[in-house]
Design a protein. Structure first.
Length: 245
């Protein structure tokens, strides 16, 4: 988002009003996959969450007793987070690139935010600067090579897998990554990749999944481990500062 007005308009449309009517799909998927994200963290970690959205990830982190702070560029979403969680969560109103922590964090969560920002490498570098020397970033983005995008090319709905769809534009995506491209952005910021992963088997766009049951969405998330990460709808990395030789 290139301006405060655009950011607030996006936050209100996509998260506070859910104008696509499809947020529940993503919320079911990401909630079902959350245990695998938490397995990459320590229960004692101080976590910095970049972006709030609807609090889909924040709520279970708080319920599990994690120390959680949020960095969010939208004042409206900051207000929503404070209203929901009160003093259980510290909320910082700041652009990612401008945030300066009072003390470092053990882990940073960048879950579905780097496809939105103007300069993803600048954002990643800022995230890394918030961590302890042993700290880790867990990043997740939509996958350009997802089965549903490859099928869209095969049947002529888009020319390339990484073309932005109408939904991409509606929810503020500026790019979609392949897994290699995503990892390379972290490596360009002086980080090393500890793990690559993916989740959710997707063969049709969200607009065709509105009537699907939550049980089916959860099953398509759970079966993700049976397929290579680069074919799944969401791709991720766990990254840390490069170790000195």
């Amino acid at each position: 988002m290139s301006s405060d007005h655009a950011l607030e308009k996006f936050a209100e449309s996509v998260y506070l009003e859910d104008t696509t009517g499809e947020n529940f799909i993503e919320n079911v998927i990401h909630t079902q996959n959350l245990p695998s994200i938490l397995a990459k963290l320590s229960p004692r970690d101080r976590i910095l969450e970049f972006g709030y959205g609807e609090g889909t990830i924040t709520a279970p982190l708080v319920e599990r007793g994690y120390s959680v702070e949020i960095v969010e560029g939208s004042e409206k979403l900051c207000e929503a987070a404070r209203a929901r969680f009160g003093d259980k969560v510290v909320v910082h109103h700041s652009l990612f690139e401008e945030f300066k922590p009072a003390q470092p964090y053990d882990a940073a969560l960048a879950l579905h935010v780097l496809e939105h920002v103007d300069e993803p490498r600048a954002a990643i570098a800022a995230m890394a600067s918030c961590l302890t020397p042993e700290g880790r970033i867990v990043g997740v983005v939509p996958n350009a090579q997802s089965l549903h995008r490859q099928l869209a090319v095969m049947i002529g709905l888009q020319s390339k897998p990484d073309d932005l769809s109408p939904r991409d534009h509606a929810v503020g995506h500026q790019r979609v990554y392949s897994l290699d491209q995503f990892a390379s952005d972290f490596e360009a910021c002086g980080l090393e990749i500890e793990e690559r992963f993916g989740y959710f088997v997707k063969i049709v766009p969200n607009s065709m999944m509105r009537e699907w049951s939550p049980d089916l969405l959860r099953a398509l998330t759970d079966i993700s481990g049976e397929l290579p990460p680069h074919l799944l709808a969401n791709i991720g990395v766990v990254a840390r500062r490069r170790r000195q030789a």
